[in-house]
Ligand binder design. Sequence first.
Ligand code: IPD
Length: 298
Amino acid sequence: ADIDLQAVHDTLVSVAFEAGRMILAANPNKISTDTKLNAVDIVTETDQAVERMVLARLRAAQPTFAFVGEESYQPGVTRVTDAPTFIVDPIDGTTNFVHGFPNACISLGVAVGRVPVVGVVYNPFQDLLFTGVKGGGGWMQRNASLEVGKGQGERVRLPLAGTPAPALGGLSSALVSIEWGSQRDGENFEVKARTFRKLAAAKEGGGGMIGGMRSLGSAALNLCACAAGQLDMYWEGGCYAWDVAAGWCILTEAGGRMVSGNPGEWETTVDSRVYLAVRGASSGQEELVKEFWDIIGD
Ligand code: IPD
């Protein structure tokens, strides 16, 4: 049966605001952290409580959809299938949340046939909402929740510079986000470390220097910043479907593109774990991706 994606989006927005209230209510001095993979891969009671709330709400709204969430994920068991699936990160940017650094969000995505078709990303600290529904464009709204008390901002279409977005120049004019993530050893870490080094050391003339590199600590918000046109690119190896599903839909609806973080792979899937995002632009997208791949490739 056809799915009413707009109705699913509306549900996700109200769930995102409820999650935002829970996140803001957590007392920053009392956030207790537990570790998963290692000492820097942290989870808080708030992550778990938000995911439980989200699961209950979404099960009630769409009982037939599958659910993949960061905190209920079981390695080797949980998979994103072709079925309509909610893909949820209750708090993306948990380390930022714990420090009160206001770059964290709830990320609520829906994939059908493993393609992201609805995305809702909400940063409660800035009351900033990003949304996308397949075919309906990418959107941003300031003062998005009425609870905060200010006048609700207008929904603005992304990218912020308007469509067609400005052309992309070469890497030396690009602002690029690249994240360390929490894995700090093994082959994946080596790939990340080499990638950071190659990007930072790239020379003018030899493929291009990079304009600027940032690590802001939330994959979903990186993708939204690319959708908005505030970042030109975002690369990460090692994050998961719940970090990217919602932002992916918002990005592509704003004319951006998701390709693989592995050089040469133009197609990638929501659970490939190696991603390269590039913002929407009137021209220069493919050239910039190739320039980037050239630098990080061997
Ligand atoms: C993390 C953030 C971070 C990224 C990590 C993710 P979490 O998500 O998105 O930016 O580098 O790979 O795991 O753990 O805060 O939900």
